[in-house]
Design a protein around this ligand. Structure first.
Ligand SMILES: Cc1cc2nc3c(=O)[nH]c(=O)nc-3n(C[C@H](O)[C@H](O)[C@H](O)COP(=O)(O)OP(=O)(O)OC[C@H]3O[C@@H](n4cnc5c(N)ncnc54)[C@H](O)[C@@H]3O)c2cc1C
Ligand code: FES
Length: 254
């Protein structure tokens, strides 16, 4: 983990309030699922850094995929290449590369697709193909499709309005594709409702699952306790330190 004064190398809109930002961090690599705390411009009283998944490391440049949703990210949108930004990372625990018998399946919702670009590339280097099930509200919320396919992943999409791929929820697509639950391991990132549904489906078929939670965070380093999630024994984990990727069996899913 390093606190780095990075520089924006590129920053572009990809439509629908989504942006790709490349930062010269000089970092060597990261484990997909790890995140970084990025400085956002301070006007309007935004002081804290914001957490974002790391999507890709190419040479010295780290990419983040983000959606402009509030004060911090809307301020971020205005920044041009060349601007310096502090970034702390890589933080937390990412997906594990443990041995798996059976297909490796990723289930993503919205910008939860971000870690699966680098994960597809890293698994491909090890000779494994990631099968990605990617759900969004509508076609324009489906991101990184070319990048994922170029990285060697097989991608199946669903949209709630039927504008691309399967019409309905991504978990319905998953159930349809694997009616007997013959999957080696599942990795998932997205909204809590998606993680719950994925975790419960995996549990019903005894499939090991790793879920990346997106709790709001203050410090990102385990100090403020602003990001706790409850485990099954009623105890608490810090999402930033013990996570953000947890085994499904560690989390209270309902
Ligand atoms: C580990 C982790 C990884 C993340 N990865 C990404 C990513 O790759 N791309 C991306 O766009 N966003 C990601 N997020 C969410 C991102 O941190 C928030 O969208 C961002 O902090 C919002 O900041 P803001 O100042 O613009 O919004 P705020 O003004 O702080 O809030 C605006 C709205 O965003 C909601 N919001 C705030 N924090 C979160 C959060 N953690 N999750 C969901 N909604 C939130 C608030 O409830 C509110 O409705 C991640 C969060 C975590 C914890
Ligand atoms: S964000 Fe501060 S302890 Fe996790």
């Amino acid at each position: 983990m390093k606190d780095t004064l990075s520089q924006i190398v590129y920053h572009r809109s990809i439509g629908n309030d989504y942006y790709r930002i490349g930062l010269k961090t000089g970092w060597a690599s990261f484990q997909p699922g790890q995140f970084a705390m990025l400085q956002v411009p301070g006007d309007g009283g935004v002081l804290l850094r914001r957490p974002f998944s790391l999507a890709r490391q190419e040479g010295e440049v780290s990419e983040i995929l983000y959606k402009a949703v509030g004060r911090g990210t809307r301020n971020l949108v205005k920044l041009q290449p060349g601007v310096p930004l502090k970034i702390l990372g890589p933080l937390g625990h990412g997906f594990s590369s443990s041995e798996v018998s059976g297909p490796r399946v990723a289930v993503a919702g919205g910008y939860g697709i971000a870690p699966f670009w680098e994960w597809s590339l890293q698994l491909a280097k090890l000779g494994h193909r990631l099968q990605i099930f990617y759900g969004a509200r509508t076609k324009t919320d489906l991101l990184y499709l070319d990048e994922l396919r170029d990285a060697g992943a097989e991608v199946q999409c669903s949209t709630e309005d039927g504008s691309a791929g399967f019409r309905g929820l991504v978990t319905d697509l998953l159930r349809e594709q694997f009616p007997n639950g013959k999957v080696g391991r599942v990795y998932s990132c997205g909204p809590w409702g998606l993680l719950q549904a994925v975790g419960q489906w995996c549990e019903s078929h005894s499939i090991p699952a790793e879920l990346s939670v997106e709790e709001a965070m203050g410090c990102g380093t385990g100090v403020c306790l602003g990001c706790v999630v409850q485990n099954r024994a009623g105890k608490y984990f810090r999402a930033c330190k013990e996570g953000p990727v947890f085994l499904a069996e560690q989390l209270k899913l309902n």
